[in-house]
Design a protein around this ligand. Structure first.
Ligand SMILES: *[C@@H]1O[C@H](CO)[C@@H](O)[C@H](O)[C@H]1NC(C)=O
Ligand SMILES: *[C@@H]1O[C@H](CO)[C@@H](O)[C@H](O)[C@H]1NC(C)=O
Length: 272
């Protein structure tokens, strides 16, 4: 147990010093927010003189992947680079190589060619930045800019960039849950599958609709639900939900048609 503790401490210290060293050699803009469809520049500069064996690698990890996992994969990847394996071998579940500049050659991996451009090409004069030409929601995640310069290990390192692609809410789906009988409760739900920042939802009735009785509804703008309590004819009509965030809004509607409880129940009663 004590041994495990020492190993853990050593790992943490190693990670810690690794980060400090990286920050000195490679400097990134750590947080980038862009609108979907616009170009996203991932800024990364380094302070070393590119020479024999200089390697620049950009990798992507999906949101939710711990950064230390990406670091571990990085070490494996660097090792492989020194064996000059083709770039497609540098991929793993959690961490995907996108761009590799090695031995004076540029490799684009997967579908990134044509979607991404180097800001400086060849990237050998201190600027390793890339530009995503038209950012998509699925581009959100962590990007690792890594520079390896065997002739100057103190000039090697990596930087982590957190890219968030903001997007207006997608057209929400409106649904009615429950049976709209007189005296019953029902819930109207509304949800956009996409949208960042997370949309908020608001429900409205038609402009000429009669007001609902007081305390007869509960609206949750975060989840998009509207609970209607103790239904009566006054509740009938069309309800519109608007999903909105800083980038835009979208709406859907649901029509509530009151059903007579008596009719439906009478068929049940006939069974007894
Ligand atoms: C990346 O940025 C987003 C938006 O600010 C944030 O929610 C997320 O936690 C960040 N991820 C990491 C790993 O820092
Ligand atoms: C439900 O609404 C009716 C009028 O439509 C009212 O008479 C009744 O007291 C209400 N019941 C409850 C439990 O609020």
């Amino acid at each position: 147990m004590a041994y495990g503790h020492i190993v853990l401490t050593a790992c943490i210290l190693f990670q810690y010093f690794d980060v400090v060293r990286s920050w000195q050699a490679v400097v990134v803009k750590p947080s980038v927010f862009v609108r979907s469809g616009s170009s996203a520049e991932l800024t990364c500069t380094y302070d070393t003189h590119a020479s024999e064996g200089f390697t620049l690698e950009w990798r992507y990890t999906a949101p939710g992947t711990p950064a230390f996992q990406a670091k571990r994969v990085r070490r494996t990847a660097v090792f492989r680079v020194s064996y000059n394996k083709p770039p497609h071998l540098l991929t793993s579940m959690s961490c995907l190589t996108q761009v590799l500049y090695y031995n004076g050659r540029l490799y684009w991996v997967n579908s990134w060619e044509g979607r991404m451009a180097l800001v400086q090409n060849p990237p050998v004069s201190g600027v390793a930045s890339v530009r995503i030409i038209s950012a998509e929601t699925s581009d959100t995640g962590l990007y690792i800019c890594e520079v390896t310069n065997p002739n100057d290990w103190s000039g090697s390192g990596q930087g982590l960039i957190n890219l968030t692609v903001l997007t207006p809410p997608s057209v929400p789906v409106c649904q009615l849950q429950g049976n709209p009988y007189t005296g019953n409760d029902v819930t109207l739900s509304c949800h956009s599958s996409h949208g960042l920042p997370t949309p908020i939802y608001s429900w409205h009735r038609e402009p000429n609709a009669a007001p609902l009785p007081p305390d007869s509804f509960i609206e949750d703008q975060r989840t998009g639900s509207l609970m209607l309590h103790n239904l009566s004819e006054a509740f009938a009509g069309t309800y519109t939900c608007k999903a909105s965030n800083e980038l835009g809004q979208a709406a859907c509607s649901v029509t509530l048609r009151m059903t007579c409880e008596y009719n439906t129940h009478s068929s049940n009663i006939a069974e007894y």
